[in-house]
Design a protein around this ligand. Sequence first.
Ligand SMILES: Nc1ncnc2c1ncn2[C@@H]1O[C@H](COP(=O)(O)OP(=O)(O)OP(=O)(O)O)[C@@H](O)[C@H]1O
Ligand SMILES: O=C(O)C[C@@H](O)[C@H](O)C(=O)CO
Length: 653
Amino acid sequence: MTNKNLDLICLGRAAVDFYSEQIGSRLEDVNSFAKYLGGSSCNIAFGTSRLGLKSAMLTRVGDEHMGRFIKEELERANVDTSHVITDPERLTGLVVLGIKDKDTFPLIFYRQDCADMAIAKEDFDKNFIGSAKALLITGTHFSTKSTYATSKQALEYAKQTNTKRVLDIDYRPVLWGLTNPGDGETRFISNNKVSTHLQSILSDFDLIVGTEEEIHIAGASTDTITALNRVRELSNATIVLKLGSQGCTVFENDIPQRADEFIVHTGVLVDVMNVLGAGDAFMSGFLRGWIRGESHKNCCDYANACGALVVSRHGCAPAAPSSEELDHYLKNAHQIERPDLDTELNHLHRVTTERLPYDWQNLCIFAFDHRKQLHDMALEEGDLEEGKVVERISHLKSLFVQALESQMKTDVKLGKTAINITPIQHGVLIDDTYGQDALNDVTGRHLWIGRPVEVPGSRPLELEGGRSIGSRLKSWPKEHIVKCLVFYHNQDEKQLRHAQERQIIELYHACCVSGHEFLLELIPPKDKDYDDAIYTNSVTRFYDLGVRPDWWKLPPQSIANWQALTKTLETRDPHCRGVVMLGLDAPMTELKQGFTNSTGFNIVKGFAVGRSIFGAPSREWLANRYTDQQLIDAIVTNYTQLITFWQERIPRL
Ligand SMILES: Nc1ncnc2c1ncn2[C@@H]1O[C@H](COP(=O)(O)OP(=O)(O)OP(=O)(O)O)[C@@H](O)[C@H]1O
Ligand SMILES: O=C(O)C[C@@H](O)[C@H](O)C(=O)CO
């Protein structure tokens, strides 16, 4: 398997899963669904990519939002989507799934004439298939005349180019027209036609994977040994038999005469939340080892562990583990009774699977989540009635977004001439009190977006909208980063300190559940003395409490302090995204010095500054001394100044 730049191509179903959020509900009664990437083949392309293989997807999606979602999800997981073709006529397949109890998982496929079934021979060529070490096809894509012909063509190219061929039998009777269309749940119906059909392709494969029921359909017998023997008669492939919670077994050559002669590779039994997707995760784990030529034992260990992790979690694709997470689980599985409740494993899952949004290294964040300050400013300068304040500040915040847009255009020009400068990544911090329109406007544009939850100025910390932050986060776009500012001193009197810490712990856990990133901003209270060590001590204290924010927001620090903080982050949470520096309305020269001190410290990813950029121009605008355009221009001048300070401190490439 040399000269292959891809490890794996997956040909088959690409769908969107709508997954019931009420565990125990009948599907009839479910009232909210999570939306995930789905489709067995897509799940495997995604799962193997998370495990470090270079995977590609070969399929079609609709020319609509769901099709784009699939493509983007795959890309975020680093899957090659060069052969995810947009079908001009058909819609993307959908799947609705429920979790009734540990054995009942109602499932409806909305796949009539769906896009992935239109995959055609013209969608790929021999070079593409030959560029992978292995080609995987799932059973459904042999179920119609045209998908059969397309799949056979792909197999032929694979044979000619020494690409290994893998079959996941993945038998879904409904997709062969054997049950009523609403019954996606039934996993086995014996049918001679299907068996004969499948048997016509078995000889084409090097690896065949199936559950007992799937081997039964392929081998045309409900006696497992008989069915395995029939598969063996027709194929020299390595056969992997999945045995549910017991694990799996592999046959290279002859089939043993009795089941008790099987060499069973067992994993660790876990509590089932949902078995759906276990097969795709199993396949992903197995292929991680098989494509790299590892032993059966390793392949099966990876496969069983991936299956176990996925059955213990909600969803199929999003539950799939990363390489680091899998290795951690394999080392510790016997001590991890409940993977779904294990803090370390959940943390690794959260921080090592592709986080939204992207990789941030050079952040220039325009922070205008100020509520109290802008409110006071509006009253002072604008001579407004209280009722008009909201309207005026909302308008002001929309103009801030326009200023940001102008700034981004300026940067594009800058980037063209100064190519040796690291590209700037823009961000914003906006509240939903005055800035909902501005927030909606910036969302979905690949910006870093922070959104505050604290009641401004509160100490002890209070959250806007009360304590039920978890339910609030349900309505937040995933890309919004939960920002919480706390006026904190690690030597605050006990009661105050504990109240604040409890609030932060709850908030952090709510973010872990909702999947939002969390930014913790620490500012020492004005009414209390503190020395330089306060930041490292406070950060350490939160780690001791089990709070691992994705981001820290801290004032600029001395060089010695950045050294201490670097050490703390490296030892306590190497996956932390980093620190952004705040401005505290400081004059530009002071900010410049602060930025300079952070030179060379990789934990510092950028700045998040507000009043130094918008303060003076906003006063002018609120007092009607500036037009909208003058405000925008003044903001861009200040923002550009800060970006220049920041860029100058970044070592040139
Ligand atoms: N309760 C469990 N505990 C531990 N591992 C499990 C458990 N259930 C399943 N697994 C693992 O997941 C693998 C696949 O499970 P299963 O046999 O249910 O696949 P499947 O029917 O193909 O799944 P799917 O619903 O995705 O089609 C098993 O071989 C095993 O490794
Ligand atoms: O493979 C399918 O089409 C169904 C999937 O969308 C879903 O993720 C699942 O059930 C995986 O086993």
